[in-house]
Design a protein around this ligand. Sequence first.
Ligand code: NAP
Length: 292
Amino acid sequence: MNAQLIDGKKLATETRAEIARGVAALKAEKGVTPGLAVILVGDNPASVSYVTAKEKACREAGMLSREIRMPATVAEDELIAAIAKLNADPAIHGILVQLPLPKGFSEKRVIDAIAPEKDVDGFTPVNVGRMLIGDDCFLPCTPHGIIKLIEVTGMDLAGKHAVVIGRSNIVGKPVAALLSRKSVNATVTLCHTGTKDLAAFTRTADVVVVAAGRPNTLTGDMLKPGAVVIDVGVNRVPDATKEKGYRLCGDADFASCAEVASAITPVPGGVGPMTITMLLWNTLESARRVEG
Ligand code: NAP
């Protein structure tokens, strides 16, 4: 392996320590404890584990964590009413609805119900619009974490070619938008399943962010030597040697990409820890704004 490992866990630990200091200072100076409410509808195992990890991180940072669990059979209006109550609750500075919601719910209507000033996931149309026009807003957590991970490699992105694979609203599109901001100044190509000859684009990229949700979307032969690879994918691959019967892998073929890249994120331990960290970051920021 030639590539440097971009250690998301280490960066997350350092950033969370900084957040915890910020929380302690806010408590001491203004008597305010940042509060995050996490709403989980149904019992999807992956969602349960994400929510558990978010709550643990929240408590470890000294924040208030409020968990609201609802059965998958809950009426959408009841869910919206719970969000409205949290919007008006002064102890809560951030509201997160764990996605995906069970079948039958309108995610758009539910997300729209979150007050933009408490939308610490950065998913409401108001925050997405503010991000696009460069206004002050909560940046979406995974894309914001990805920018931080590229920064630790020391690469100056100005004038570089960044290829983003995937155009979802929660990862691909916002990553492309953040990379093309004037303050970052990368030249961005956004690829998707309609892209003809994906490798022709990735081979000219200084940075590749792959968020396709499919193992081996990116392989070493598709990279320019020295490129930085950010692997967002989290895929469960059957593995009889593991207690759970599966192992996690990203969207990049780690072994072949690590031979050609100058730096690469591992899965797990890359993008994931930074996503939760940026959620805490936004929650602290929200608490500072409300009381400031
Ligand atoms: P998504 O909504 O399924 O979007 C996948 C995107 O990838 C789509 O735009 C799709 O193109 C594109 N795509 C799929 N296969 C492709 C291929 N062979 N070539 C080019 N483009 C391709 O997924 P997502 O929500 O963005 O998530 C992507 C991955 O990141 C998933 O594995 C997810 O679990 C993971 N994730 C991780 C974190 C974290 O914190 N670690 C957070 C969010 C997501 P079309 O639009 O043409 O269909």
